[in-house]
Write a protein that binds this ligand. Sequence first.
Ligand code: M6R
Length: 614
Amino acid sequence: MCGIMGYVGSRPAGPILIDGLGRLEYRGYDSAGIAVLAENGGLSIHKRVGKLETLASAIADRWPNGHEGIGHTRWATHGKPSDINAHPHADCTGDVAVIHNGIVENYLELKTELATAGHSFSSETDTEVIPHLLEHYLGENEELVTALRKTIGRLEGAHAIVVMSRQHPGTLVTARVGNAGGVVIGYGGGENLLASDLPALLPHTRRVVFLNDREVAQVTATRVTYWDSEGRPLEKEPQEIPYDSVSAAKGQHKHFMLKEIMEQPESILDTIRGRAQFDTPAVQLEDIPLSKEQLAKVRRVVFVGMGTSLHAAMIGRHYMERIAGIPAEVDNASEYRYRAPIIGADTLVVSVSQSGETVDTLAAMEEAKRQGALQITICNVAGSQATRIADGVVYTRCGLEIGVCSTKTFTASVTALYLLACYLGQARGLIDKERLGGLLEPLARVPYLAGEVTKREAEFERLAHQFHRYNNFLYLGRGIQLPVAMEGALKLKEVSYIHAEGYPAGEMKHGAIALIDREMPVIAIALKDDMHDKMMSNIEQVKAREGTVIALGSEGDEELAAKADHVIYVPEASPLLSPIFTTIPLQFFSYHIALRRGCDIDQPRNLAKTVTVE
Ligand code: M6R
């Protein structure tokens, strides 16, 4: 969940660390810190509670002098956000500095043991046991890398750790344990870097190595050496990353969220490009190396994901049943992993994860793997852990998504799930060319129509201005629009801090209707599809209780216009693809309400882009 960055080379380390952390701040932003080893052997540690800019301005006119260092942006788990609790943490001697992502689940036991042995602690964090354990093993004359290997052997939980030491100048050591977010090592010329995520490395290099579970690495300016958890040397070759760091810039947009909403026509198009063939209808998915025989054996599909990705997965379930004709279920990954799920070899598990590093999704995938299921992941980040666990990947081609609030990756995931269902239906011989043609033709229009919706920002902004003072919203949908209602409510909650519920409209009468009054606007998704009549009844029920209704409807639906207080018309599209067009106005609505309320849109309080702790 936190951002980690390391540098060793010939350039001044401080500015490189701060720049890298700036690119990782979406992972956590309640405090930040750096440690730099000066040529005279001094280790200077600077930490500040608050956003990175607080730290950056504190050191702007007195950059620590040195060519190797580590840095961290924190999302607090143990110990409140404060200067003291910020990373890096040091041992008693001040020789060792550590940054860490993850939770030391047995830290109380270790802290008691270390305190009894005479170590003194200055923070309330779980992380601080790590430098003290290192101090202990270094005191037994172990090499730094061996001390780290022994240390991780004592820790429970999942971790990414980076260490530097005054006694080992020119060297960083790092380890990954489990799925607490990754460690990526970037190879430069005469310098090397490491980070929790690619964006921090891309300005310097595209040649990278991802650490796997329980691997340890030693990084100097000219060499990177790897070991497994038993201390056996490993050979790892750097891979070339195709990402363009330019896309990390906000461009002319005020916020990344707005930029990313606007990018959806392009990211949807990129996700389709080269995969859907429209003349002789066919779908090709380049990263699914599963045979027809393997796909033919699938009897059941289980979708897993969290947050926005879970909502995309819920739409994927409709696709799998209606397009590929395979029984499908969807589960919240954090529930699934602890539910003793029964997964057979005839189950295909489809995970959805923008980052490919969400801890609960990865744990659900590990469980599926343990039980022998086939797995495909819908993912945006090349080389992420999810893509390495799964047997096949459908990449969403969105480029970097920086806003903590997911937008373009939702619609691209929905697009990828649609392609996957078509692909499976085709591979299993369930859909013929004619039906496939009928499914792909409306897909070809989606990028254009999405562009038409984004052009209407001003209309959604006006509506947002009328409603930005309300404190509760109810979002209603049915069928394939239920996940959109849930996603709309999630967007509003996370960026504007307004209470919002996404609810199955049919369930409303069983409780939520008691909440409806003039103070609770209801957003109802009521397209002209097979749920239209039912949604109209729900709207009547809301109106009968003096509720205000904002409806999303199909062009020309006058009956809806007569009943609802406000109507947002969405383009006519195939019912299966319409969730893309109902989602985009709701993204704009949340964005403009949050803007009006002065919220921190790209970095909402308490959140982080990638949730790598439970
Ligand atoms: O990286 P993932 O897609 O696995 O992340 C899952 C959720 O944390 C994520 O979708 C979260 O709900 C969104 N940032 C909300 O906008």
